[in-house]
Design a protein around this ligand. Structure first.
Ligand code: ADP
Length: 487
C-alpha cells in the first residue's frame, strides 16, 4: 500500500510536450516519487502531442459542461516511465495546432488561455474532492505554475476537499487577466479581493495559487528567499513574505541517464572522472565541427541558452572585444532576441576560428558543447534553478555563473579553501556587471592553466550527486508535513 496518493497537475510533461524546465520536472519527479512508494498520477491537458503519443488509453470519466467550461473527459494511460497519466481531453480547448500557450499564427498567447487552464484547475479540484467520479482518491493535489493556480480556489468551495500545494518554476510568468474573467470562470465572487486572486486590479492565476495553497515550493532554496525580496518578487513579494514559513525551496535534479558522458550517444568519445582522454577528443571534434582552430591548449568557453535578457548574455557579448585579446575560443548555441542573435552571428563572422555561433535549437550540439568545452558561461540575472550548470559539472566542465537563484545553490566557487575541502565546482561572481564577468573568466583561465588545480576541480564536478532521489525525498517531507503526518 502506498503511503501517500498525490495528483500531480502540470501543463507540460517530457517527453510528450515541452517548452521548458517544467516539462523536465514533470517527467522526472513523479517516477522518483513513485520509487519512494508514493502513488503519483499526473493530470495533463490533452494537446495533440499528448493524444498522439500517450500509448494505450481508456476513457475513465466524462464531465458535464461545468458552468463556464465545455464538456470534457478523462483518459487513463501509462507513461513509459511507468507513471499513470490522466489526460484531460477537451477538443474545444486543447486539440489545436501550435504550442501549449501560443497561437503560432498571431505569435500571441491563445486568447482563451484563462478558460483552458481554468478547466485544468477545475478538474484537478474535482478529482481532489467528493465530486470525483474516480475510485482513486488523492490525499493531496500538487499543482505547478500559474496554469494550475485556480485549483486551490475551486477546492476552497468544494466538499471533501483535500489539501493542495503549488510549485513555482518561474515567478515571472503569472497568468494575469482582466477581472471580467472571474465571472466566466465561475469563481466565488468574494475571491476577487486583495486577500484572494486580485493583483493590482487584474485576476492572477499565480497569485491565486500562492494565496490558496497549503504550502508553496520553488525549485531552489536560494530562489525561495529571493522571491520574497523586492528585486525578484515580481509584485508578489508581499504575499510571499507573509507566507514565508509555508515556502520550501527544493533543488531540481537532472536525468542522469540522458546526461551521462559515459554513454551519451551524441558524443564521438565517451569519458568519465577516471578516464578524461575522451573529453579531449570531444573538444577536438567540437572545434572541428564549429570551424574553430583545432587546438587542445586554448581554453574553450561555451554557451547553450535562450538568448534573452534573463540569461545575461548581453554581458558576455559586451566583453567579447576584451575576450578576443586573450588566448580563448567561444562557442554559442542559442536563439531568442533578434538583437542578441545578430551580435552573436556578427562576432562569429568577424572572428573565424575564434568565435563560433549557431542560432537555433539543437539537442545533439548542446550535448557536444557540454562535453567539448572547458568552461560554461551562465551569467543569468535570475535563475529559479537552471539546468545547464548541472550538465556542465557532470561533463567535467566547470561553469562560470552569476550568484543568483539555483546557480548559487548548485555551484561552489573555486578558491583555496574550497579546493582544499574538495567542494570547488565552478566560478561564481556577484554584481551583475561586464567587468565582474570578465574578471571571473580571467580567474577561471588561471585555474585552467594550473594542471593540479584544474584536475581537482573537474573531478569534484564529475563526482557530485545530481539525481532526482534527493529532491523526491524533500517533496515527500513537504507532503507529509501538509498532511500533518510525521516525517
Ligand atoms: P530555461 O528553462 O530558463 O530556458 P534552463 O537552464 O532551466 O533554462 O533549461 C533550458 C534547457 O533548454 C536546457 O536543457 C538547455 O540545454 C536547453 N536549451 C536551451 N537553448 C537551447 C538550444 N538553443 N539548443 C539546445 N538546447 C537548448
Amino acid at each position: 500500500m502506498s503511503e501517500i496518493k498525490v495528483l500531480f497537475v502540470t501543463s507540460e510533461i517530457a517527453p510528450l510536450i515541452k517548452t521548458g524546465g517544467l516539462a523536465d520536472v514533470s517527467g522526472a519527479l513523479p517516477p522518483a516519487l513513485r520509487a519512494l512508494n508514493i502513488d503519483v498520477r499526473v493530470l495533463v491537458p490533452g494537446y495533440p502531442q499528448v493524444m498522439k503519443q500517450m500509448g494505450p488509453a481508456e476513457v475513465v470519466a466524462t464531465f458535464p459542461d461545468f458552468p463556464g467550461f465545455p464538456a470534457s473527459r478523462l483518459i487513463f494511460s501509462i507513461m513509459k516511465s511507468g507513471v499513470p497519466l490522466l489526460v484531460l481531453d477537451c477538443p474545444a480547448l486543447y486539440r489545436r495546432d501550435g504550442g501549449p500557450y501560443m497561437d503560432p499564427v498571431t505569435g500571441h498567447d491563445w486568447t482563451d488561455n484563462p478558460i483552458r487552464f481554468g478547466l485544468l484547475s477545475k478538474i484537478a479540484s474535482v478529482l481532489g474532492s467528493d465530486e470525483s467520479p474516480l475510485s482513486w482518491h488523492p490525499d493531496l493535489v500538487h499543482g505547478n505554475d500559474w496554469q494550475t493556480g485556480l485549483t486551490g480556489v475551486y477546492l476552497s468551495v468544494a466538499t471533501g476537499a483535500v489539501p493542495n500545494i503549488i510549485t513555482i518554476h518561474n515567478l515571472a510568468f503569472q497568468g494575469n487577466f482582466r477581472p471580467k474573467k472571474v465571472e466566466l470562470l465561475n469563481l466565488p465572487p468574494e475571491s476577487f479581493n486583495v486577500n484572494g486572486i486580485e493583483l493590482y486590479g487584474n485576476m492572477s492565476f499565480l497569485k491565486a495559487g500562492l494565496y490558496y495553497a497549503y504550502h508553496i515550493t520553488t525549485v531552489s532554496p536560494n530562489y525561495a528567499r529571493e522571491i520574497q525580496g523586492d528585486e525578484l518578487g515580481f509584485g508578489l513579494q508581499g504575499l510571499l513574505r507573509s507566507r514565508s514559513s509555508d515556502i520550501t525551496g527544493i533543488l531540481n535534479g537532472i536525468d542522469t541517464d540522458e546526461w551521462n558522458p559515459e554513454t551519451d550517444p551524441y558524443l564521438s568519445d565517451h569519458f568519465s572522472a577516471g578516464r578524461m582522454a575522451g573529453k579531449a577528443q570531444n573538444k577536438q571534434a567540437l572545434q572541428s565541427r564549429m570551424g574553430l582552430e583545432v587546438n587542445s591548449d586554448v581554453p574553450l568557453l561555451g554557451v547553450v541558452s535562450r538568448l534573452t535578457h534573463q540569461k545575461g548574455l548581453d554581458l558576455l557579448l559586451e566583453i567579447a572585444p576584451r575576450l578576443l585579446e586573450l588566448p580563448v575560443q567561444l562557442v554559442i548555441l542559442g536563439s531568442g532576441e533578434a538583437s542578441m542573435q545578430k551580435i552573436a552571428r556578427d562576432l562569429a563572422q568577424e572572428n573565424p576560428g575564434k568565435i563560433a555561433a549557431m542560432i537555433g535549437f539543437d539537442e545533439g550540439l548542446s550535448h557536444q558543447i557540454e562535453a567539448g568545452i572547458d568552461l560554461f558561461v551562465m551569467p543569468s540575472r535570475f535563475e529559479p534553478c537552471g539546468l545547464n550548470q548541472f550538465y556542465s559539472q557532470r561533463y567535467g566542465t566547470p561553469p562560470i555563473v552569476h550568484n543568483t537563484g539555483g546557480l548559487a545553490d548548485s555551484v561552489v566557487d573555486c578558491n583555496a579553501d574550497t579546493l582544499r575541502e574538495g567542494t570547488a565546482s565552478g566560478f561564481v561572481f556577484s554584481g551583475m556587471t561586464a567587468d565582474n564577468l570578465f574578471a571571473t573568466i580571467q580567474r577561471a583561465i588561471e585555474v585552467y592553466r594550473d594542471e593540479r588545480k584544474w584536475k581537482a576541480l573537474r573531478k569534484n564536478c564529475m563526482t557530485k550527486d545530481f539525481t532526482w532521489e534527493t529532491s523526491a525525498r524533500a517533496y515527500r517531507e513537504v507532503y507529509l508535513k501538509v498532511l500533518g503526518r510525521t516525517v
